[in-house]
Design a protein around this ligand. Structure first.
Ligand code: ATP
Ligand code: MG
Length: 492
C-alpha cells in the first residue's frame, strides 16, 4: 500500500507551454508533497512564472499533465482550478481599491455559492482573525491604495489564506521587501506548510529562498536543470554559471577625488508633504559630477518622493540645484531635457509597444548614428532585448521588463541617471551584468548616478558615497565601508 502522507499533492508531468515559436516551458516534471515547500529558481525569462500560470490555468498548457491529488487540472479554466484548492499569491496585487482591507478579506472568504454566505454568520470574525495573523489588524478600515507596499503584500497573503488552498503558488513574495519584512513573510509561508499545504515558491532572493524551502528546482530556458536541497542546487555548476554569477566587487572612490568640482546636484533642505503626511523633511544631499551615490532606505522612507521632487513631478519646499542653477519652475520635460533621467521603480513601459519601440522612444532625441551605436551597446549589455525586439513589452517576464526600463533610460544618454530600485526582480547573474555595465559606464563616460535601493548588497559595492533615508529624513552619510558598522542594523 502506498503511504498517503508521502503521495505527492501536486504532480506535474512533461508540462510544456509555447508562445508562438518560443517554448517558455519545456517538458517540465516535478512533484510536491503535502507539507512541503518547493523553491523554483532560474534566470529571468527561464519560465518560472509561466509554469505557475500554467498550473493555475491562467495560461493553458500546450502539453503535459498537472495533477492535484490525482485529479487532472490541465486544460481547466482558472476559476475551476482555484475552486479545487489552488491559490496564487501574485507579485502585483490587485485588491478591490474601493473596499477596505477588511472587506477585501471578506470577499475572499465568500464561498462560490452565494446562498452559503448567509449561513456563515462569522465571516467578519474570520476575516479579522486572518488579518491578525498576517499583521493587518491596524489597517482594517483603510483602502488598499493608501497602504504601504508590504501591507499590500500582506493583503494578498490574507486573501490566499481566506480561500483555504491545498496548494499555494507564490511568485516573488520577497521582491522589494526589507530584511525584516522578508522574515515575517517567510514565517507566514511556513504556516501554510505546517497546515499541510503544498507550496511552490519563486523568488530571486536566494538566501531567503534557501532558508525557507525543503527542496529547490532550478530551470533554465524553460527546462529542468537541477533539483535537490538548496545547498546541493546552489553548488551545481550550471546553476552557478547561468543564475548565481559571481560576487559584486566594491570600487568606491573617496569623495575627496571629486571635491575640486562643485556638486552637480544639490538638494537643500527639501520638504514634501502629501496632504498632512510628511514625506520628506529637511532633506539635504549632494552628488558630484561623475560620482555614484546610493540612497539607502526601507520601503516608505521617501526615496521615490525625493526622486520625483528632483524630476519635477511633485512640488517641494527648499531648493534643488542642477549644475548650479535652481530647477524650480522647470516642467518635468524640461528637467529631463537638461539631462536628468529617472528610471522609475514602476518601470512605466508602454505595454502595447514592442521592445524596440520602447527603446527607440528613449533614444528619440539622438541623431541616427548615435542612436544606432547606443542601441548596439544596449543589446550587447542585455542580449535578451536584442532577441526580443518585436515582443510586446507587457508579455516580457518580470526581469526582462526591468532590463528594458533600465535600457530605455540609458538610451536617453542621461547626465544624471536616477535609478529607483533597479534590482527588483532581477536574477543574481543579471545584477552582476548590470553592475559591470554601471562600472563601464562610469569609466567611459561622465555619467553621474543616484541610486535608490533597500538591497544594500547591490547599493554598497557601486557607491562612492551612501546616504540613509529613514522616515523622511537623512539619518546617515558616509563611505560604503563604514556602512556596516554604523548604519546597517535594519538592512543586513
Ligand atoms: N504572452 C507571451 N508572449 C510571448 N512570450 C511570452 C509571453 N509570456 C511570457 N513570454 C516569454 O516566456 C519566457 C518565460 O517568461 P516567464 O515570465 O515565465 O519567466 P520567469 O522565469 O518568471 O522570469 P522572471 O524571473 O524575469 O520573472 C520569457 O522570455 C517571456 O518573455
Ligand atoms: Mg516571473
Amino acid at each position: 500500500m502506498t503511504d498517503v502522507r508521502n503521495a505527492p499533492m501536486l504532480e506535474v508531468t512533461n508540462l510544456t507551454k509555447r508562445f508562438g515559436g518560443l517554448v517558455a516551458v519545456k517538458n517540465l516534471s516535478f512533484s510536491i508533497r503535502p507539507g512541503e515547500i518547493l523553491g523554483l529558481i532560474g534566470p529571468n525569462g527561464s519560465g518560472k512564472s509561466t509554469a505557475m500560470k500554467s498550473i493555475i490555468g491562467v495560461e493553458r498548457p500546450s502539453a503535459g499533465s498537472v495533477k492535484l491529488d490525482g485529479e487532472e487540472l490541465a486544460g481547466l479554466p482558472s476559476h475551476r482550478i482555484a475552486r479545487k484548492g489552488v491559490g496564487l499569491v501574485f507579485q502585483h496585487s490587485r485588491p478591490l481599491a474601493r473596499q477596505t482591507v477588511l472587506e477585501n478579506i471578506k470577499v475572499a472568504l465568500l464561498p462560490d455559492k452565494l446562498t452559503r454566505v448567509f449561513a456563515d454568520k462569522d465571516v467578519d470574525g474570520k476575516a479579522r482573525a486572518i488579518a491578525g495573523r498576517v499583521g493587518l489588524s491596524g489597517v482594517l478600515d483603510r483602502k488598499p491604495p493608501t497602504l504601504a507596499f508590504a501591507d499590500l503584500r500582506r493583503l494578498e497573503l490574507a486573501k490566499a489564506i481566506a480561500r483555504h488552498p491545498k496548494l499555494v503558488l507564490v511568485d516573488e513574495p520577497f521582491a522589494g521587501l526589507t530584511a525584516s519584512e522578508v522574515a515575517d513573510f517567510s514565517d507566514l509561508i511556513r504556516e501554510f506548510r505546517d497546515e499541510g499545504c503544498a507550496v511552490l515558491l519563486v523568488d530571486h532572493n536566494v538566501k531567503s529562498v534557501s532558508a525557507l524551502v525543503d527542496r529547490v528546482l532550478a530551470m533554465y530556458l524553460g527546462e529542468w536543470i537541477a533539483e535537490g536541497t538548496a545547498a546541493e542546487v546552489m553548488q551545481n555548476e550550471t546553476v552557478r554559471r547561468v543564475y548565481l554569477g559571481g560576487a559584486l566587487v566594491s570600487t568606491a572612490r573617496p569623495e575627496s577625488s571629486f571635491s575640486d568640482k562643485s556638486p552637480a546636484l544639490q538638494v537643500e533642505n527639501v520638504g514634501v508633504t502629501y496632504g498632512k503626511a510628511l514625506a520628506l523633511q529637511d532633506v539635504s544631499l549632494h552628488v558630484h559630477e561623475g560620482e555614484f551615490v546610493s540612497l539607502v532606505g526601507l520601503n516608505g522612507a521617501g526615496k521615490t518622493t525625493l526622486f520625483n521632487a528632483i524630476s519635477g513631478l511633485v512640488p517641494h519646499t527648499g531648493e534643488i540645484k542642477w549644475a548650479g542653477a535652481p530647477l524650480r519652475g522647470g516642467t518635468p520635460a524640461q528637467i529631463a531635457r537638461s539631462g536628468i533621467v529617472q528610471c522609475p521603480e514602476t518601470r512605466e513601459l508602454f505595454g502595447d509597444m514592442n521592445v524596440r519601440e520602447n527603446l527607440d522612444l528613449g533614444g528619440n532625441a539622438l541623431d541616427d548614428k548615435e542612436r544606432t551605436e547606443r542601441l548596439e551597446w544596449m543589446f550587447d549589455l542585455f542580449p535578451i532585448l536584442k532577441a526580443r525586439q518585436t515582443q510586446l513589452s507587457r508579455t516580457l517576464s518580470g526581469g526582462e521588463q526591468q532590463m528594458l526600463a533600465i535600457a530605455r533610460a540609458l538610451m536617453m544618454k542621461p547626465k544624471l541617471l536616477i535609478l529607483d530600485e533597479p534590482t527588483l526582480g532581477l536574477a543574481p547573474v543579471i545584477l552582476e551584468t548590470l553592475s559591470k555595465a554601471l562600472d563601464r559606464l562610469r569609466e567611459t563616460s561622465d555619467i553621474t548616478v543616484l541610486l535608490g535601493e533597500q538591497n544594500v548588497t547591490f547599493a554598497l559595492p557601486h557607491a562612492d558615497r551612501v546616504y540613509v533615508l529613514d522616515h523622511a529624513k537623512i539619518v546617515w552619510e558616509g563611505p560604503p565601508d563604514r556602512f556596516e558598522a554604523e548604519a546597517a542594523e535594519h538592512y543586513l
